[in-house]
Write a protein that binds this ligand. Structure first.
Ligand code: C5P
Length: 196
């Protein structure tokens, strides 16, 4: 079965949690496309060469989840040649037999406009910063600093020329500000069940 679920939205809105739960529920493969840009942003050297030469080992590095890696990712993600180098891999993953969930910023708009289900997941800035701070606080970063970094990253991701962050015209909007994880996951599963 070819079936793609595209999940886009700003940082820390709940995309990753929803994507993992949905993939487990339906037995689909899951690709966190932010990891591709994090790996490129932290590799050093020429980012286009890094994107063209990305290996599975690059995606398994433990330092990819840090706040610095997120900032580095959003800088290289604005380079059209970096994005172009990553398109084919993501499209193959999206249309591979067995079903796939991809989460990122441009999955429903650019990578997989033919996705059977498109979700655009959002939450208020304060709630997103709080959630991300809970994940990162071991590193000593303050919640205010996390908020400032998120707002800066969203601004860069929304304002860039190449594949800016925005909902696809036919995406279902899912605001998780006041939802529990279970409630958000159940809404996503219900939307997919309508199309499967
Ligand atoms: O989702 P995550 O926080 O890991 O993404 C890191 C950065 O990678 C984002 O801020 C964005 O600039 C970039 N990105 C992107 N397109 C995607 C996924 C991530 O531009 N599909």
């Amino acid at each position: 079965m070819i079936f793609t679920v595209a999940i886009d939205g700003p940082a820390a809105a709940g995309k990753g949690t929803i994507s993992r739960a949905v993939a487990a529920h339906f037995g689909f493969a899951h690709l966190d496309t932010g990891l591709l840009y994090r790996a490129v942003g932290t590799k050093g050297g020429d980012p286009v060469a890094a994107a063209l030469g990305l290996t599975p080992d690059d995606l398994a590095r433990p330092d990819l989840r840090t706040a610095e890696a997120g900032q580095a990712a959003s800088r290289v993600a604005a380079i059209p040649e970096v994005r172009a180098a990553l398109v084919a891999f993501q499209r193959r993953f999206a249309r591979a037999d067995g079903g796939a969930v991809l989460d990122g910023r441009d999955i429903g708009t650019v990578i997989c406009p033919e996705a059977e289900v498109k979700l655009y997941v959002t939450a208020s800035d304060a709630v997103r910063a709080h959630r991300r701070w809970l994940e990162l606080r071991g590193s000593g970063i303050s919640e205010a600093e996390v908020l400032a970094q998120l707002v800066e990253r969203d601004r860069r991701d929304t304002a860039r020329e190449a594949a800016p962050l925005k909902p696809a015209a036919d995406a279902l909007l899912l605001d998780t500000t006041e939802l529990t994880i279970d409630a958000a996951v159940n809404k996503a599963i219900a939307a997919i069940n309508e199309r499967i």
